[in-house]
Design a protein around this ligand. Structure first.
Ligand SMILES: Nc1ncnc2c1ncn2[C@@H]1O[C@H](COP(=O)(O)OP(=O)(O)O)[C@@H](O)[C@H]1O
Ligand SMILES: [Mg+2]
Length: 359
């Protein structure tokens, strides 16, 4: 794609850059810089998914030249990112997960710190993991965790579900998987996320012929991915760890196998308060409410808030006066929102936890 349309006039470039940044440049230097700023505007717009504007691009470029050279503005990379649906995730997602959650502590210690304290990690021969499995019951926040990791690392988030990979026919899944892994291998600083992982890595003994070939393909791809140099993480999530092929679970393929189970009180509180902060709330006894919700997953809490806020909206519309959330409306709606976890599911999870965890 030709991204530079006009030959820049040096004097004009100098005056434009100076009007945006307040800095003076020699016209010839400004003309060269201008080309890079236009290219950066395009790159930034692709990244943000909207037109970044020339002023923003100019300020961003002139303030972060070093960072940009590092990030290598590269048309091929942008096209690959577009094809793979690469996204940037907000850093703040990380803060919606309480520090007390065991998976957050593991990720912090085993993934984030070795990647940020590079020299110290090298000194001690600590190699950051490249492949991770998250397992646990539905709605416990596995996908949310993976996004949070991409956000806090400021890496690209590239998601593929088996249904995406099968969009052009089940028999293409293996090929698409190979294609995805090869393409993603070209993106530096990326979290590649495969959801519903059991569908492409199921136990081969119980699988149909086509499933077997997909699992085989995956078994081949993981070591290739691990051997590639560069900052990249492959994260797979499953609700059903028992259905995975045992060869995948042996040491060597996945560096970490992390359970994501029910929330502790602190985890409940953080999520409850996060959603509450986005409502029109009055007097709400958070402690009382969360004490009534021991088996509620993050997805249940989100659903509770969806119902409560809809009710509040309707009530204000009807009464025509400011309506604030109180403990009572939560108690009322809680009767309609049942927890997803049961003692039985929790007991099953405990078993999986003991058998499969590796971190
Ligand atoms: N820590 C959290 N704070 C706020 N919302 C969360 C949190 N964890 C999960 N959620 C929300 O709960 C819902 C279910 O989480 P998700 O990550 O999809 O679960 P899973 O992948 O385990 O099925 C999502 O809509 C997600 O945004
Ligand atoms: Mg999920």
């Amino acid at each position: 794609m030709d991204i530079v349309t006009d030959v820049p006039v040096p004097d004009e470039c100098a005056s434009k850059i100076s009007s945006y940044t307040g800095q003076k440049y020699e016209p010839e230097i400004a003309a060269e810089l201008w080309l890079k700023i236009i290219q950066h505007k395009w790159f930034l717009s692709e990244k943000l998914g909207r037109d970044a504007g020339i002023k923003v691009a100019c300020l961003d470029y002139t303030e972060n030249v070093d960072a940009i050279t590092e990030k290598e503005i590269d048309e091929d990379k942008v096209n690959t990112l577009k094809e793979l649906g690469g996204q940037l995730v907000d850093r703040s997602i990380w803060d919606t997960i309480s520090e007390s959650q065991p998976p957050k502590q593991i990720i912090q210690k085993r993934v984030i710190l070795p990647l940020t304290e590079v020299d110290l990690a090298e000194k001690h021969g600590v190699v950051p993991p490249k492949t991770i499995i998250f397992f646990g019951p539905p709605g416990t926040g596995k996908t949310h965790f993976v996004k949070a990791i991409a956000g806090i690392l400021n890496w690209w988030f590239i998601e593929a579900s088996p249904s995406d990979l099968m969009a052009d026919g089940q028999d293409r899944l293996g090929k698409n998987l190979k294609h995805l892994m090869e393409k993603a291998g070209r993106i530096e600083e990326a979290v590649i996320f495969i959801d519903e992982f059991e569908e492409i890595a199921g136990e081969r003994d119980q699988a149909s012929r086509i499933d077997k070939s997909i699992t085989n393909e995956f078994l081949k791809q993981v070591p290739l991915f691990k051997r590639q140099p560069g900052k990249r993480l492959l994260v797979c999530a499953t609700n059903y760890i028992r259905q995975l092929d045992t060869a995948l679970l042996r040491p060597g393929r996945f560096d970490l196998i992390i359970p994501v189970g029910g929330l502790d009180i602190e985890g409940q509180r953080t999520i409850f308060e996060y959603y509450l902060s986005r409502t029109n709330s009055g007097e709400v006894d958070v402690e009382k409410l969360i004490s009534l919700m021991p088996l509620y997953t993050p997805a249940d809490i989100e659903y509770l808030f969806r119902k409560v806020t809809q009710k509040a909206f309707e009530r204000e519309l009807k009464a025509g006066a400011d309506y604030r959330l109180t403990t009572e409306i939560f108690l009322e709606v809680l009767l309609e929102v049942k927890p997803s976890l049961t003692e039985e599911i929790s007991a099953e999870f405990e078993k999986d936890f003991r058998e499969f965890t590796r971190c």
